[in-house]
Write a protein that binds this ligand. Structure first.
Ligand code: PCA
Length: 202
């Protein structure tokens, strides 16, 4: 089983490409591994509670989070999640943590255990713009990635966990001020990334 999470809309964005994408690949199979898409609230507290529940329930081979990072050029695969919540604006529950640990007795950071460089190489061969990012930020996306990596480590679950940030969709930037990518290209990229990750585990 592959679990893909996609965040709901937040802030000024009426749609979130992360959920648009995740919902469209729900149920697909990647080399006999079925994709299960789960919509995530942009809520620090709910993420911290839900992510361990999801991982323990589905025991996925791969847990991949998707989120929007408006302004990023192309797909960005995250290398590291840090144990901090520091938000510029309140989350969808009105909560705005500043300089707070996600989990107080957890390490400062976790590296993604996905084969991020292999994924970058393959997607570039397919003509899909992607780069490694060395910061998932300090908002909901970083929190989700951190809790996922902490959960698999603590519970000894043999899974890959990682996160990919997506740029805006073209229709979200009709004044042409920010880099965008079509949903079709994003979908192709995420499917390829999963394919690389599954093959890497064989
Ligand atoms: N992006 C935000 C939160 C939800 C989302 O899709 C982030 O990068 O943390």
């Amino acid at each position: 089983m592959i679990v893909i999470t996609g965040f709901e809309p937040f802030g000024k964005y009426k749609i979130n490409p992360a959920w648009e994408l995740a919902s469209r690949i729900d149920g697909l199979q990647i080399q006999k591994h079925q994709i299960r898409a789960i919509k995530m609230p942009v809520s620090f507290k709910k993420i911290i509670k839900m992510v361990p529940e999801i991982i323990l329930k589905y025991k996925p081979t791969i847990f991949l989070g998707l989120g929007l990072a408006a302004g990023r050029i192309g797909l960005t695969i995250e290398r590291v999640a840090i144990n901090i919540m520091d938000s510029r604006e309140p989350d969808n529950d009105g909560y705005q943590p500043i300089d707070e640990a996600i989990i107080s007795d957890a390490p400062a950071a976790y590296f993604s255990n996905m084969p991020i460089k292999k994924i970058v190489k393959k997607l570039r061969l397919e003509g899909i713009p992607i780069a490694v990012s060395n910061s998932a930020g300090t908002h909901a996306c970083n929190t989700l990635m951190f809790v996922a990596l902490h959960t698999i480590k603590k519970k000894g679950i043999d899974a890959y966990a990682g996160f990919i940030h997506l740029p805006l969709l073209p229709e979200q930037d009709i004044k042409a001020k920010t880099p965008t990518m079509s949903l079709d290209i994003m979908i192709k990229g995420i499917k390829q990334a999963l394919d690389v990750a599954i093959k890497d585990r064989l």
